[in-house]
Each structure stands twice: as C-alpha cells, then as structure tokens.
Design a protein around this ligand. Structure first.
Ligand SMILES: [Zn+2]
Length: 340
C-alpha cells in the first residue's frame, strides 16, 4: 500500500540534493537516506558558488543555529524550530588545571531549546526537511533524548509525532515525550528492531522518521556545534575537541564542519586548525567497536555481532568506525609529537 503524504501550506524552504558517500551517485532531494545504487549513506550537496555571509553578518543574526543557515542543507528560509542552538560556551578553569592545559571550555547543550538536549539541533534540521517535503508526521527510533526532542518540536509545529522505543527502556527517559502528546510505541525487541520497523513505517505511511529517512538532513544539524564554538572563541578553533561517541555521527559532523567543501564558516583565516578530535568514553564507543565488527577486542568470548538493522545503519557503522580509527590515529600522532 502506498500512502501519499498529506501536504501542508506551501513553505519557502527547499531541501538540497543528495550524493552517495560511497559511489558518488547524486539524486534529487527526497526523504531518502540510502543510495539506491550501492546502499551507501547519502549526504546533502552544497552549491559551492552560493553567497556566504561574513562574520559581521553572522554576528548580527538571531542567536540560534540558523545564523549558519548557508551551511545547513536548505535553500530559502527555515520555517520551524527557529530558536534552537547557540548555547553557552562555558570556561572551566578547574577542569583545565586538572587536564594540564591552559584553557578548557564546556559547550552547554543542556540548555538547548526546546528539550534541553543536543538532539534539538538535529531535530531542528530534520523538521525543516519534513516541512520542505510537505510531510505532516514525523517520528524517530530512540532510546531517550531524541524521543523527547522529536515530540517537543512536533508539538510546537503542530505536526503529528510517532516515537518508537525498545520496550525495556526505563519510563523516566520518555516522560517528556508523553508530556508533549506524541504517540509512543514500545517495540518488543532491540534498538535495531525498532530502527527496522521505523524504516518500514516511513515507507508505508510517507512519514519523516528523523533518524531514518530524513537522516541525511538531520545529521547536518550537528555541525552547528563546531560553528558556534569557533564563533564564541572569536573565530578561533580549539586545538582539541572531546565529543561523546554514541553512534559516531557527531564526531564525523564535527570533522565535516571544517571541510572546505562545505565552505568555511566565518570566511576562513582561522589561525590554527583543530588537530585532534577525541571520542569521549562511554557505552557508545564500545558499541561502535562491537557492531562495526571490532578490531579492538579485549579477551573473553567474542560477542556475536548483532544483526544489522538496515543497510544504511550498517554502512553508517563502517563510516563511524573509520572516524574512530582516524581519531585514534590522531591521538597516537599527538603522543608521538609530544615525545619528539
Ligand atoms: Zn551509492
């Protein structure tokens, strides 16, 4: 059964075209995150000739992630979630002393609007993609913060929201989701099973599942953390960044934020580049190793690889693993440099 998505009032925003990260195939903008040629992940394509704002223009814009809108995957003006992002960068001198560095800062996304989490950034991007495609329902596969963010953004935009979670998730993690009136579906199975079900409902009902078929647009919201840090440090980049690993997406997007192919925010001319991006400790880091096939197994019975939830997720892990190894290489190079 094919259901035509209900259309909302015409909006002024359109989504950028997509290109496969593996084979380079390009396709028209669509709520699709997987290459139909090779099943690789799709990334938005930016127009290298687009007009980019200078630092003064950016400084005069409203304090949200949309002040970098030329580096987000849309043409025209964003229409939803306009006040997300531009969270404080807080200096942490005690932490700097403990780390033995001159300065350390903490990016405080716990005051991000509206759901007090980093996930507000990615949902702000995804919900504008949903608007561009005329979708009236968004959703996600989640284990907590993303569920609350999708529910909050959808409630304010007047969109319907369907949130899919593993049935064993603690109730406390999705209280916010329930408060915002989203339809909450507990799925008997693992997070991978939830993800696969989401891919099926997105196809069948024409929904925008932010971290499934809107993923190419959704992920771009993460880059704005790097832009904000640069601007808040007076358009200088820190010499090292420590980021939570989770699925690996943030680390990749932080790197992409410095990719000249995207056009350098603030007009370039930074006095130094960020040389190191460290994946932070935590469960996610281990999960990437395990699900990605593992190259760093530490004895004991080798865990049985989980079934891949989808081709996209599988290839996502391959790419995240490459980033993790790249970051480790950076750590090793930095240590070697310190010795010499
Ligand atoms: Zn491809």
């Amino acid at each position: 059964m094919t259901v035509t998505p209900a259309t909302l009032a015409p909006v002024s925003i359109t989504a950028r075209p997509l290109r496969c990260r593996n084979c380079g195939a390009e396709r028209a903008p669509a709520p699709v995150a997987i290459c139909d040629q090779c099943l690789g992940p799709l990334d938005p394509v930016y127009d290298p000739t687009r007009r980019l704002p200078d630092r003064a223009t950016i400084a005069g814009r409203a304090p949200s992630l949309w002040r970098y809108q030329e580096w987000l995957p849309f043409d025209g003006e964003p229409v939803l979630s306009l006040d997300t992002g531009f969270t404080p960068l807080v200096e942490a001198p005690a932490l700097a002393r403990r780390l033995g560095v001159a300065h350390a800062w903490v990016k405080n996304d716990t005051v991000c609007h509206p759901s007090l989490s980093f996930k507000d950034r990615v949902v702000a991007a995804a919900i504008n993609a949903a608007a561009a495609f005329g979708l009236d329902t968004i959703g996600c596969a989640s284990t907590g913060n993303l569920a609350n963010a999708v529910a909050a953004h959808a409630a304010r935009a007047g969109l319907k929201a369907w949130i899919f979670i593993p049935d064993e998730l603690e109730a406390g993690k999705v209280v916010g989701t329930s408060v915002y009136g989203a339809r909450l579906v507990r799925v008997r199975g693992t997070y991978d099973d939830v993800n696969r079900l989401c891919a099926q409902v997105a196809d069948r009902f024409g929904w925008g599942v932010v971290n499934v078929n809107l993923r190419s647009y959704y992920g771009e919201g993460s880059k704005t953390v790097a832009y904000e840090v640069a601007e808040q440090l007076g358009w200088r980049l820190p010499s090292a960044v420590v980021a939570p690993m989770a699925g690996g997406s943030l680390l990749r997007r932080l790197r992409r934020a410095g990719d000249p192919g995207d056009g350098r925010v603030g007009g370039g001319g930074e006095r130094r580049r960020t040389r190191r991006r460290h994946p932070g400790p935590g469960r996610g880091r281990r999960r990437v190793r395990r699900d990605g096939g593992g190259g760093d197994h530490r004895g004991g019975p080798r865990p049985r690889p989980r079934r891949p939830v989808s081709a996209g997720r599988r290839t996502g892990f391959v790419h995240h693993r490459a980033r993790l190894e790249d970051a480790r290489g950076g750590e090793r190079r930095a240590r070697r440099g310190a010795r010499h």
